[in-house]
Design a protein around this ligand. Sequence first.
Ligand SMILES: Cc1cc2nc3c(=O)[nH]c(=O)nc-3n(C[C@H](O)[C@H](O)[C@H](O)COP(=O)(O)OP(=O)(O)OC[C@H]3O[C@@H](n4cnc5c(N)ncnc54)[C@H](O)[C@@H]3O)c2cc1C
Length: 386
Amino acid sequence: MAAAASTPAPPRRVIVCGGGVIGACTAYFLSTHGTTPTVPTVLEKCAPACAASGKAGGFLAADWRGYLPASWCGSTPSLSALMRVSFALHRRLASTLDGAAAYGFRPIHALSVSLPSGDDDPMVQNWVDPTASGAEVLGAPDATAQVHPGLFTKAVLAASGAGVVIGEVERVVVREDGRVAGVAVKGRAGVMEADAVVLALGPWSARLDMIRELFVVYGQKAHSVVLRPPEPDTITPHALFLRYQPEPGGRVFKPEVYPRPNGEVYMCGMSKDEEVPDDPAAIVGEAESIAMLRKIAGKLSGKLRTEEGAEVVAEQACYLPCTTDGLPVIGEMPGVKGCYVATGHDCWGILNAPATGAAIAELILDGRAETVDLAPFSPERFLKKK
Ligand SMILES: Cc1cc2nc3c(=O)[nH]c(=O)nc-3n(C[C@H](O)[C@H](O)[C@H](O)COP(=O)(O)OP(=O)(O)OC[C@H]3O[C@@H](n4cnc5c(N)ncnc54)[C@H](O)[C@@H]3O)c2cc1C
């Protein structure tokens, strides 16, 4: 009897703030937990997947360290471990949720391609011919894959059964004993009560005093275009990491290109550090950046030129959530029992969302994470730096 009394009951009322991919995966793993499945409420300011989680590339890699410079994402052993676990979880989710049909999950090749400068003819006439184009292979389908990020986010959120409340969390309400009491929502009286609160607000995380006082999360704006070529069947499943230097000695552009199984070709790049606007729905791309992406698309392949029949599906921008040490922040907020944070996933949030969500769900419901070692990602690391 005494042992049972000393084990606290797992929280029953959980609020997940933020309906991006991190919030959605947290909701999914809470509600599918093996012993104490707990369906949370998701509190989202705008709409699920309205920001980066709906406008990202959706590229997934089991381990990227061997291919790219160490400064790139996945450059620490802890991040590599997170990526490997999350890649495996993506595969598992795709088979549970019929990911191929529901959100375009598919294994894919990844190539690095240098585009020639000058105004030559489009380089890739028949989409990708690795031997003809001199492309370098970065990844094969056993270790690289893709999803449509917006459809993935919405599919896991729907599968979680979580109710979505549209509202803006203003602050976390904490009891005198240091335990979370719930959240205050802008424009609403009273407190939305909870036994546990997860803050998954992407680049908006630092708008909350509690987070801003502990660590920095800043936004990096990136642009993307989605094109529909006239003969989508001729576009093979090759993700392309481009390098393009229009003038010798000038700026080098490194856009990424992801053909999708629905016949669309997504392309992103043109990023810069910039203050994140309050309203996710108000984010628009800059004309110059969009024009450069369109120019590079046309240079890559005639099939991506509007003059040759390509349709423009979207021209957009969104913000990567970045931290000062390049690692995501995943764990319980120091000094506030029952309040958890999951943010700062930079350019790998779609990949790392399942492992993040699974680990946070375990932390909440079991008291410790089994899926991945969260120690390197704990928000406590910033206490030590103060
Ligand atoms: C151009 C681009 C391409 C990318 N490509 C890839 C890729 O190929 N692979 C990959 O793994 N990752 C990729 N990423 C990174 C990935 O998109 C992000 O890391 C991920 O989407 C972050 O998810 P999130 O849930 O933390 O944040 P977000 O998607 O930004 O979601 C945060 C949510 O919180 C809501 N919110 C904000 N404030 C409040 C509030 N006060 N109250 C309630 N709700 C609030 C917002 O409305 C939003 O819905 C890319 C990113 C960009 C920008």
